[in-house]
Design a protein around this ligand. Structure first.
Ligand code: BDR
Ligand code: CA
Length: 311
């Protein structure tokens, strides 16, 4: 087991968010799960987070947050995750309700009460931006922000990755907050695909949890293969934002200056990564992940699932 960092996982489950919850629960001290509208409307992403905590036997607090982006209209990703946000498996009803609908207050209070929390957003960054805006001290209190989003290419548009495209103004606040920032963008997450062999290794784990997660990954991969000519499985984006904290040796990274395009007709939501090798260049505000040891990282997922599995 790796060193237990304290994190708040801010997510929009989402198939890959669900896997991020598993890895976070296995390898970090999850102070809370906060939910945001993204892959599906807020009521569904919250419901899905609660289902995941049930399946894992966690009593981790779950707080719902923003039900829409700061400026952009609410738009979801049913074409990848299905209408429920977690289509593809016969999931149980959640046994409990969210602890509150005040995720922003929860983030602020928790980061003030605990030194060195990592914020890990794996959906649109609306909650994190609102917390940073409401509590200007937060940026200096947290250990950092490790986010899934962006890249040198897009998926929702040619320029923009979904989490950035969904709420560019929130992302601009996060990328400008001034503290440690790690970006797991598409350049690295597309190296991490749920191939048939990897889904098979999940299905080989005994028990209901693994069977349900294998069903979810099968649906997720089918959605990707229907849309992408050059992939062998869904990109399992979100757990990388957790694993770069818990298993940093599996990754390569480059410090870069990254800004968010909020105006462009064709480029709104783009992460503009300064790749120039100038002697005088803008200060680097972000560690951009460039490579992952995908087999070893997927094994971390399989072992995390196994650690929660009761045959
Ligand atoms: C991101 O968008 C969502 O569909 C996934 O959960 C991930 O966070 C990838 O672009
Ligand atoms: Ca997500």
């Amino acid at each position: 087991m790796s060193t237990q960092l304290s994190i708040i996982l801010d997510c929009d489950p989402g198939h890959d968010d669900a896997i991020a919850i598993v890895v976070a629960a296995a390898h970090t001290n999850v102070l809370g799960i906060t939910t945001v509208a993204g892959n599906a409307p807020l009521d569904l992403t919250t419901r899905n987070a609660l289902i995941m905590t049930d399946l894992l036997g966690l009593d981790t607090p779950v707080h719902s947050g923003a039900n829409r982006p700061l400026v952009a209209p609410p738009r979801h990703a049913g074409y990848v995750h299905g209408a429920s946000g977690l289509d593809g498996a016969a999931l149980p009803e959640p046994s409990r309700r969210a602890d509150s609908d005040q995720a922003i207050d929860f983030i602020i209070e928790t980061c003030r009460a605990h030194e060195g929390v990592w914020l890990v957003p794996t959906g649109p960054m609306t909650n994190i931006a609102l917390a940073l805006r409401a509590a200007p001290d937060l940026g200096g209190r947290i250990a950092g922000i490790s986010l899934m989003g962006g890249g040198s290419f897009g998926n929702r548009t040619a320029a923009a990755e979904f989490n950035l495209w969904a709420d560019p103004e929130a992302a601009a606040i996060v990328f400008g907050y001034g503290g440690p920032l790690i970006m797991s963008g598409l350049d690295v997450t597309h190296q991490f695909q749920a191939t048939p062999e990897r889904i098979g290794s999940v299905r080989a784990v005994p028990g209901r949890l693994a069977a349900l997660l294998a069903d979810l990954l099968t649906f997720f991969t089918s959605a990707y293969l229907a849309r992408n000519a050059d992939m062998r499985g869904a990109a399992v984006h979100d757990p990388l934002a957790v694993m770069v904290l818990t298993h940093p040796d599996l990754f390569q990274r480059e410090p870069r200056h990254v800004v968010i395009e909020t105006q462009g007709e064709h480029t709104r939501g783009m992460t503009l990564i300064d790749q120039r090798h100038l002697i005088e260049r803008p200060a680097r505000n972000c560690d951009v992940l460039t490579a992952v040891d995908a087999d070893a990282a997927f094994d971390v997922i399989v072992q995390a699932i196994a650690s929660f599995s009761r045959p």
